[in-house]
Structures are given as structure tokens and as C-alpha cells.
Ligand binder design. Sequence first.
Ligand SMILES: [Mn+2]
Length: 252
Amino acid sequence: MTSTMPIMTPAPEARVFISADYHFLPGESSKILTKLSDVTRPGDCVLFLGDLFEVWYENYCGSCAEGYEELFAYLKALSGKGVAVHLLVGNRDFLAGPVLHKKSAMEIHSESFVIKMGDESILCLHGDELLPDDVSYQRYKNKVRHPMVKRMLRLLPNALQARLAGDARARSKQKLSGISENTFKPRLSEVSELMLRLKVSRAIAGHLHHECILEDDKNNTSCFVLPQSGAQVINYRIFSSEGLSDLDKLSL
Ligand SMILES: [Mn+2]
């Protein structure tokens, strides 16, 4: 993570609907996303903080993970209505790129960024940064996120991409079950250093799959972690010129 970071500045009247970790499976109903269409208005933004897909892969031939046509249709409908839809990639969909953009009309962000509305700025993260003690994962992440490695992965046929993703997924599942046993305690301290450089005191993330607030009293920074969303429920907060709303829920 560097101290120069993209800054998103939505129009002053816009509202940014932030949710995370749907982990949609191929063929699974994504009808819940129509609820976003009900509550948003043209000019608003929808921001998914990663792991919208259980697994996403795509290659330079233009082929990609299958079974997401319904999801693409809902996302395109949102964009068609004048809502800007953004995906900050997570560990499950870090290979998202031009193919996904073309199919879904989502803007894809491969790195964290800051949203600025009025006087307030918030750092948006997927949230895997909040587990610095998971050294083997952080090492793996640094490797696979390297642009050269990503380029190489995007040269592979989908079947091989799916197999590699399956292996990574199995490892990650094992790790997440470990977190509930407190193997890796989430903490903000490493991210705080970045926040201080960016002069941002608040962050929002997903990845941990449970709602919590991480605080770093020493640096006076905090991070809200969104609970998981899914095929039946959207757990979201709205960021607008009035600040960050309370956590809210949309259900089917
Ligand atoms: Mn994740």
C-alpha cells in the first residue's frame, strides 16, 4: 500500500451504498441486488468492498467464470439507471478486470481508495489488510497481486484458473475458521500508518464476515467492518455529505 492513493469524489448530492462479501456462487440467485435498484436514485453510487463472487477469474481471451448472467443483468440495470457501480476487489475476485467490467458495467478497483464527501474522507478496504498476523496469507497476497503474476494468471485457460482458485479458496476457508478461534486477531495498527499518511481517520472494510469496529487509540483511527451480505440480505451503510449512516439491511 502506498501513500498516493486514488480519491473518489462523488457529486455532493450523491449517496454511496457500501456493502461487502456476497460470495455469490455460479447460478445462485442474485435477485437481492434488485433491492439496490429500489433504494438508489440516478447519481448515487453502489460500492462492493470485495468478494462479490465466491470465485472470479477471467483471461485475456475474454472468457471468465460462468453462471453469473443474472448478476450481470442486475448490475447493468443499475448502471443503466444512472447509478455508478464499483467493485473494490477482494481475495476471491482479485482477478476481476476488463472482462468483468465489460460484462457487468462495474468499475473495477484493484487497490484500496479513499472516498471524499464534503469534509469527510473514508479509506475503503477489502479488509484482508486487517489480519497482518496471517503472515502466510499476506505473503501469498503480495505474490498473486503482483502485476506480472496477475498477467500470467490471466493467460491461463479458465479450467486451470478455476483449479488454482479452488486451492486458494480451500486455504482461505481453513484460515477464516481459524479466525473465529482467535488465531489471527484483526487489528488496525498497520492500516493506521497508511491512514495517517493519507490524513484519513476512518476506514470501512469487509472480509471478516462479522460486524465490528476496530479502533487504534494511539493513532485515533477507526475502521468499521461490515457484516457479510448474501443472496437473501444486503447489510449496508450509506456515505453521503451527511457522513456515514448507521448499518441498515435490505432483505428479499
Ligand atoms: Mn475476503
